[in-house]
Design a protein around this ligand. Sequence first.
Ligand SMILES: NC(=O)C[C@H](N)C(=O)O
Length: 182
Amino acid sequence: MKKTILLIHTGGTISMQVNEELGAVVPNDINPLIVESKKLDQYANIVELEAFNLPSPHMTPFEMLKLKNIILEAISKQTIDGVVITHGTDTLEETAFFLDLTTNLDIPIVLTGAMRSSNELGADGVYNLVEAIRVAISDEARDKGVLVVMNDEIHAAANVTKTSTSICLFPPFESLSVVIHN
Ligand SMILES: NC(=O)C[C@H](N)C(=O)O
């Protein structure tokens, strides 16, 4: 039976597009991830909501607490087998660590992001999102605390830090595991 995943968007490059006129990566009226999320139906029943559309340096403890409350409220109302949160990478580790410390759930909570926005060559957002969903539906991801999934790697929130603005690698800590492709 298909699992049900709560998918929460918060903003960041993964939810943005390059605006040629401005020469900048900016949010649009419609989050490009929401347009793409039909692709996720093959993996899970998706309950999708947009909590914010913020560049992640604008995430404060206020938004983090709100995110936690959104998760707790959703799981009190319906069966949710896992949670995936899309987030800007600059402060993804802070939100992941906050949720790790303040939620005590056995279902997977997985954060993901992107280094290239949705209309850039080599955009990695949808790829990372699919991987995050695949991890969130996995029984092996239960009871592991909050996880960060990007670039085929699965990291524990407690041990992850962004060390590069170009490719977003998460050394020096080894990843917990990797996502395998069939
Ligand atoms: N790759 C990213 O998402 C970086 C972006 N500045 C953010 O954190 O919102």
